[in-house]
Design a protein around this ligand. Structure first.
Ligand code: ARG
Length: 429
């Protein structure tokens, strides 16, 4: 007994000495660059020095220099650094070459495996965080968890699980006749059914809820402009979700559906194509974010047909895309809160940031577009303490481009360096 106590005492002594002599190794990295886009102040900062410890930013200094002695030096001189971009509307389990009936030939397992590649492509393009809006079978939850475990490379994902929608609506699968009895995972009608779906999505790992408030472009047999969920159903979704501390994203193209969704209290309106002045006013008053995917129209009309997009959808897109871009300009002018949501998955993953230049063409200043894809998106996610800016305490999600993105926003289509949580995925060559 005495012997055992002595052994324990010596062990404790020894271990405390060992601890004092060799402090736990912190992996410390120092990033230096020519310039940094500060999305908080809207300014460009020269010669930034960023210190990173344990995956988080621990110091940000301007006009400085660093030596190897300070930590592992990551030399990005010649480059401008920015916070990792955030895409608030992706479908990582969706493939741009499989639309319409082609999609029916793909199993969930195949979608999941393709999702692994899509996640990597997204990250390598400089998108370090995404909201993934709609996936059947909770493939998005599995993908998120696999990325978070460090087993595959991908953006930090916030996922919705299956999108909620009415029977026969945009979020249902309307491709097959009644003989097949096919309907999507998230179909729910009536307040209590939708409440149950919200609870079920949360049970299986959703971070937020996505609903289809109106018809859409790519769904068979739906009218883009027509409201689908009733106000009461949307109100129930919002109540259930907010009570559980999570947000609601509403797919809504049509004027009335947008208005009803905002009134019901959703946190973001996706697409917002036919939003009118009353909708803009209400969004501004309520602080609702608009996530307008104004690049995707180019893919749908250019390459959609060979990817399997139905003729009826192409016809819908011809009416939707141009109007959406006009209304995007109006929303910018009205000063409504906006984020960058792209609908990547409809078009190739990794092309996400092509949208930024369109956001500038249709009325944003380059800095505004970058803020939409960083701090604004972080605020919508309620993750502004973790992502969205290069600031002390945030994850070290840092990307870099050659040149000044405030002069040429299309530089973001060629991201030359990607770090997520302090790990370099795309080294600067
Ligand atoms: N997923 C959307 C839908 O089917 C895509 C809309 C794309 N068109 C556009 N102009 N944003 O409704």
């Amino acid at each position: 007994m005495i012997f055992r106590v002595a052994l324990l005492a010596s062990f404790l002594m020894f271990s405390s000495i060992a601890f004092a002599e060799t402090p736990p190794a912190v992996d410390k990295k120092i990033v230096v660059a020519d310039a940094m886009v500060d999305v908080n102040t809207g300014k460009l900062i020269s010669n930034p020095v960023i210190t990173i410890e344990g995956g988080r930013i621990t110091a940000v200094a301007g006009g400085g220099s660093a030596t190897k002695a300070d930590g592992e030096l990551i030399d990005l001189r010649g480059m401008t650094i920015l916070p990792g971009m955030i895409d608030t509307h992706t479908h990582l389990t969706g493939s741009a070459d499989e639309h319409g009936y082609k999609r029916l030939a793909t199993s969930k397992t195949r979608s999941a495996l393709r999702g692994v590649k899509h996640a990597r492509d997204t990250l390598m393009a400089g998108v370090t965080t995404v909201r993934n809006l709609g996936a059947s079978g909770f493939i998005d939850v599995a993908l998120r968890d696999t990325i978070n475990a460090g087993e595959i490379a991908g953006p930090r994902m916030f996922v919705s699980g299956p999108s909620l929608g009415i029977t026969g609506g945009h979020c249902d699968n309307n491709l097959l006749p009644v003989d097949f009895q096919v309907s999507s995972d998230g179909v729910a009608d009536g307040p209590w059914e939708v409440a149950k779906k919200v609870r079920r999505n949360i049970k299986y790992g959703a971070d937020l809820i996505k609903i289809c408030a109106t018809g859409g472009v790519l769904s068979k047999g739906t009218k883009v402009g027509v409201q689908q969920y009733s106000f009461e159903e949307m109100q129930m979704v919002v109540r259930e979700a907010h009570r559980r501390g999570i947000t609601v994203a509403a797919h809504a193209h049509g004027t009335e559906g947008i208005y009803a969704a905002i009134q019901a209290g959703v946190d973001s309106v996706e697409h917002a194509s036919f939003i009118d002045d009353a909708g803009l006013k209400l969004a501004k008053k309520n602080g609702t974010y608009l996530s307008m995917d104004i690049y995707v129209t180019e893919f749908i009309l250019g390459e959609g047909e060979k990817a399997g997009i139905l003729e009826e959808s192409l016809a819908k897109e011809r009416k939707t895309g141009a109007l959406q871009r006009e209304n995007f300009s109006k929303a910018v002018k009205a000063g409504v809160k906006m984020v960058m949501g792209t609908d990547a998955g409809v078009y190739p993953h990794g092309d996400n940031l092509k949208q930024l230049s369109r956001m500038v063409t249709f009325g944003m200043k380059p800095m505004q577009a970058l803020q939409a894809a960083s701090i604004n998106a972080a605020n919508l996610l309620n993750k502004e303490a973790d992502v969205g800016s290069i600031q002390v305490g945030r994850y070290a999600d840092i990307i870099a481009v050659k040149g000044n993105p405030l002069e040429d926003i299309s530089l973001l289509e060629n991201v030359g360096f990607v770090m997520k949580e302090g790990i370099v995925y795309k080294p600067f060559r």
